[in-house]
Design a protein around this ligand. Structure first.
Ligand SMILES: Cc1cc2nc3c(=O)[nH]c(=O)nc-3n(C[C@H](O)[C@H](O)[C@H](O)COP(=O)(O)OP(=O)(O)OC[C@H]3O[C@@H](n4cnc5c(N)ncnc54)[C@H](O)[C@@H]3O)c2cc1C
Length: 292
């Protein structure tokens, strides 16, 4: 467990999930308002921003690269003594207070700003139907359920390798289907499959994963994407055209839960993400004040 996780408290006023421009702008404003908050993200914040080769529409910085802007954002947080805690949230139970779950840890927050970005990866056929019946997003959370069983991992990043390695001593067999090139640190007992996934099949539980050219009998399928589908992160969250439904105050359908940035819909642009992040934080502060 990292030092940052060791210092996690059981309860915060505000949790900000996602460390892209929206989450960072939310954190900056929560800090200025002196709130008790936590900023949660993945190891690299944010892959999308760093991939932008040249940004022409960020006021005051003509032709800046995404990576340079990312560095400036991170420096700004450092100057303000804001830490990004590496913690991937895999489930949020509605509140308030909301309960946030991730690998080995859980804690509560009275208000939440979701700033998780948007996933460009399509859901697999069978994924939604079998979610919670063999399909999951966190092996270290559900691992013991698969003792002596066969599981498959579909992973879009090396993060999946640690999760799969964790399952080697628990499961009878672990398959690994990477959707990226450099598989680096996988346990030798894990079987890597190169075919693309066509479907996950099951009825009351997962039975098979179908790849191009083969079908593998499995009891569980773990899918590791950079960003989880929002409606699966928080059950009961109202969506509209694939995005989290928000009003002009960035309130979602759940009280005390706000959404900002790409996850609340187009335009998928930095100025919208940062603007909404700041606004969502200020609205969350108002909400917290009214709770008292
Ligand atoms: C190639 C490219 C070029 C672009 N060029 C431009 C441009 O010129 N101008 C412009 O305005 N915009 C541009 N964009 C778009 C811009 O980068 C995005 O709109 C912006 O990054 C969205 O910010 P965000 O904070 O909403 O999401 P993201 O930047 O996607 O950040 C979300 C973060 O949340 C983290 N996260 C997700 N789920 C969880 C979870 N469950 N727990 C913890 N952390 C989580 C992710 O790891 C990620 O770091 C470009 C994008 C790309 C890919």
């Amino acid at each position: 467990m990292s030092e940052d996780l060791k210092t996690l408290k059981d309860h915060y006023e505000l949790a900000i999930i996602g460390c892209g421009p929206a989450g960072m702008a939310a954190a900056l404003n929560a800090k200025i308002r002196k709130r008790d908050f936590i900023l949660l993200g993945t190891e690299f914040c944010s892959p999308k921003l760093s991939k932008a080769p040249r940004i022409d529409n960020w006021l005051g910085f003509p032709q800046i690269s995404g990576e340079e802007l990312r560095q400036r954002f991170l420096e700004h947080l450092k100057e303000m003594e804001i830490k990004i805690v590496p913690f991937k949230v895999t489930n949020i139970y509605p509140g308030p207070p909301y309960t946030l779950l991730g690998k080995d840890e859980s804690f509560e927050a009275d208000a939440v700003v979701l700033a998780t970005g948007v996933s460009v990866d399509k859901l697999f056929p069978g994924e939604t139907e079998l979610l919670g019946r063999g399909v999951g997003y966190c092996a270290t959370c559900d691992g013991p359920l698969y003792k002596n069983k066969q599981v498959a991992f579909i992973s879009y990043s090396q993060e999946g390798e640690d999760e799969a390695n964790f399952m080697v001593d628990i499961c009878a067999k672990v398959y690994y289907i990477p959707y990226y090139s450099d598989v680096l640190r996988l346990h030798p007992r894990i079987e890597v499959k190169k075919g693309k996934v066509k479907e996950i099949i099951g009825d009351s539980s997962v039975k098979q994963i179908v790849l191009e050219g083969e079908q593998i009998p499995v009891d569980g399928v773990f899918i590791l994407r950079e960003t989880l589908p929002a409606e699966q992160l928080v059950s009961g969250l109202e969506m509209e055209e694939g995005a989290i439904k928000v009003n002009h105050k960035l309130e979602t359908s759940l009280p005390g839960l706000f959404a900002a940035g790409d996850c609340s819909g187009p335009p998928y642009q930095l100025f919208k993400a940062a603007g909404e992040g700041g606004t969502a934080a200020l609205q969350a502060v108002k909400y917290l004040d009214n709770l008292k």
